[in-house]
Design a protein around this ligand. Structure first.
Ligand code: BG6
Length: 309
């Protein structure tokens, strides 16, 4: 069996795309929100968390996986928390403009497109083309590349995040490396700015932060499963870290009370300094996820890594 791309229907009759590599890994992408709803390793293990209480009913996004927050992160006074992109039906992009290098070689790839309808423009006035490429490589790595073009007459600004729910053994066994010494905005304290003091970020209560200007490689170490997620990012200076913990979990309809133990959101994002595009300009933001045995980590992470070179 080689690489494959298969389009099927989900329970709501919406197309979903299943990417497979030749070694048993897979990724599933729904056209509802262009949300990645599953990513399995070459060993067949599910790596993303989806709530057992998730509601699969458009237009609302599903609690879990990887969703796209655009054109804003949070609600910024607007009714659409985390923006419109995650609640829209995307289309398959049959002829995406070429990438600089041949990005699809040896990978299983799908290109999706979102163009706002007249209805969407009541909420956000601007005309854009949002192209998302999701690819699965032979080594099981998952890459998401967003290209957003201003097709408006005028400039516009936006913030952005890949809202990523990692599946973890137990939140108390997890730590994040790569964010130490950084400043962060604490969403639990009116976005007040603090400086990270720990050697790594660990969890013993609710956390909701935006770490600012982070390195391009972040590692999420899961001691319980002895596996490490490595996130490499480009064009995305900030990192959101979120775990609702017990009390907030109880107030979330589509989330199990104990499920905060099995998930951690770590989002590659551009939030503090919104991206501004002039007419005709394009922005690119890319994330590559890999999973490695924990013993492999740290010293093998090369901070000079750049996906666009
Ligand atoms: C996180 C935010 O990324 O997403 C939190 O930092 C928010 O503040 C969480 O509560 C979940 O958002 P939503 O809209 O998916 O429930």
């Amino acid at each position: 069996m080689g690489h494959s791309v298969e389009v099927t229907k989900d329970w709501n009759g919406i197309d979903q795309v299943v990417l497979r590599n030749a070694r048993g890994a897979s990724a599933q992408v729904s056209l509802h929100g262009a949300q990645v709803t599953s990513w399995r390793s070459n060993q067949g293990e599910e790596l993303l968390f989806t709530s057992s209480k998730a509601i699969f009913k458009p237009p609302k996004e599903v609690r879990g996986g990887i969703s796209i927050c655009f054109p804003q992160f949070g609600n910024c006074g607007s009714p659409e928390q985390h923006g419109l992109a995650r609640n829209k039906i995307w289309t398959i992009d049959k002829s995406p403009p070429p990438f600089g290098s041949d990005d699809s070689y040896g990978k299983s790839v799908i290109d999706l497109l979102l163009v706002p309808s007249e209805e969407d423009k009541k909420y956000w006035l601007h005309s854009f083309e949002f192209r998302l490429r999701v690819s699965l490589a032979t080594n099981g790595n998952l890459t998401m590349t967003s290209r957003i073009r201003n097709v408006n007459g005028k400039p516009f600004s936006f913030s952005f995040a890949y809202h990523t729910y990692f599946s973890v053994s137990d939140i108390s066994e997890v730590r994040i490396e790569g964010l130490e010494t950084l400043d962060y905005l604490d969403s639990l304290c009116q976005k007040e700015r603090f400086t990270e003091q720990g050697d790594a970020v660990t969890f013993e209560s609710e956390v909701d932060r935006v770490y600012l200007s982070s390195p391009n490689i972040i590692a999420v170490l899961d001691h319980g499963r002895k596996r490490t997620f490595v996130m490499r990012k480009e064009g995305l200076p900030d990192v959101v870290v979120w775990n609702p913990w017990e009390k907030k979990s109880k107030s979330m309809m589509n989330f199990g009370v104990e499920e905060y133990k099995q998930m951690l959101c770590v989002d590659g994002a551009a939030i503090e300094k919104p991206i501004t595009l002039k007419a005709g300009e394009q922005w690119t933001g890319q994330l590559e996820f890999s999973v490695v045995p924990s013993s492999f980590c740290s010293e093998h992470l090369d901070p000079r890594w750049r996906p666009f070179e």
